[in-house]
Design a protein. Structure first.
Ligand SMILES: [Zn+2]
Length: 96
């Protein structure tokens, strides 16, 4: 966990994060699927950082989300992806 927290302070991440938000036009990608235009608050690692640290700065693995949708992607009780989170893994793999 300590390594992860350190990563979020990495200037490379901060720069990448703002590029992803810009790419996604500062809109939540999950809300957009339902036709809702909601301001993004965070950038989500589709394949979690601890599973694929090599993809931590890979644009294909990053999506902008609002806080509500981001909470929907992670099951905080066991630190695993939820069904919604897994759906995004399938979705990004399909585009390759
Ligand atoms: Zn959302």
């Amino acid at each position: 966990m300590k390594q992860v927290n350190k990563f979020y302070k990495d200037p490379k991440w901060i720069a990448k994060r703002s590029r992803i938000l810009k790419r996604d036009e500062y809109r939540c990608k999950e809300c957009l699927r339902y036709g809702r235009s909601v301001a993004a608050a965070t950038v989500h690692h589709v394949i979690p950082l601890d599973q694929r640290p090599d993809l931590k700065l890979n644009s294909d693995n990053l999506i902008s989300l609002c806080n509500k949708c981001h909470d929907k992607m992670h099951d905080r009780t066991n630190n695993q992806l939820t069904k919604s989170g897994e759906d995004w893994v399938v979705r990004i793999n399909r585009h390759k």
